[in-house]
Design a protein around this ligand. Structure first.
Ligand SMILES: [Mg+2]
Ligand SMILES: [Zn+2]
Length: 212
């Protein structure tokens, strides 16, 4: 069955959009907008407003992210063993450089950026309005799959993770599913996920911490 994995906060150790906005954009807008997600504004609209607070050159933001954002341990092995599909509400322009740095090739479904000097524009991929949550959502990214296992951490994973029986969750997604009484398996890194999927990869230096 296809393994489907969120990017920010799931593959990455920190949220790249949050980090980029904290360094180059307006964190006040980010904080104010985050409380609107799922309330008054659809997620796409919130992301668009947040990204518009960044006007720095793309390569400057990319080198900052390459220097500061790590991938969660075990992702390389997960890609080699399970050929996951990454589905992200983030942007190819900010995802690809981190994968290139770590020399990992994986299939990505994400959005595009127009990094204009008067504020970045988010160019969202075509996603159908979801019959369940009422906004464009990741359910449309997995619609063509014949069953899937989902791995995620946050708001953009909520609706899609209710569409399958097997979910690996951490952080906010785990809290959300627990509150709903929906089943999920916890994970901290991708060695956990691989082990639960029957893998036998021995994690290197596992007790040494994760920010290496
Ligand atoms: Mg996430
Ligand atoms: Zn939905």
């Amino acid at each position: 069955m296809q393994l489907v994995v969120d990017w920010d906060g799931t593959v990455t150790d920190g949220d790249t959009l949050h980090a980029a906005i904290e360094e180059f954009g307006d964190l006040g807008v980010f904080r104010a907008m985050d409380s609107e997600i799922g309330r008054r504004l659809p997620l796409q609209e919130v992301i668009a407003i947040e990204m518009a607070t960044i006007s720095a050159p793309l390569d400057e933001v990319v080198s900052f992210l390459v220097d500061t954002i790590a991938l969660r341990p075990g992702f390389r092995e997960l890609v080699e063993r399970h050929d996951p599909l990454v589905v992200s509400m983030g942007f190819h322009e900010l995802i690809a450089p981190l994968l290139e740095r770590d020399e990992i090739a994986v299939r990505i479904v994400a959005n595009r950026l127009d990094a204009r000097p008067d504020g970045w524009r988010a160019l969202f991929r075509e996603q159908a309005t979801c019959a369940v949550c009422g906004e464009p959502c990741k359910r449309s990214d997995v619609a063509g799959l014949n069953g899937f296992i989902y791995v995620g951490d946050g708001f953009s994973d909520r609706c899609v993770s209710l569409a399958t029986d097997r979910v690996f969750a951490r952080a906010g997604l785990a809290e959300y599913l627990a509150a709903k009484g929906a089943p999920f398996e916890s994970f901290e890194d991708f060695y956990d996920v691989d082990a639960a999927l029957g893998g036998a990869v021995v994690p290197p230096m596992r007790s040494r911490g994760r920010n290496t």
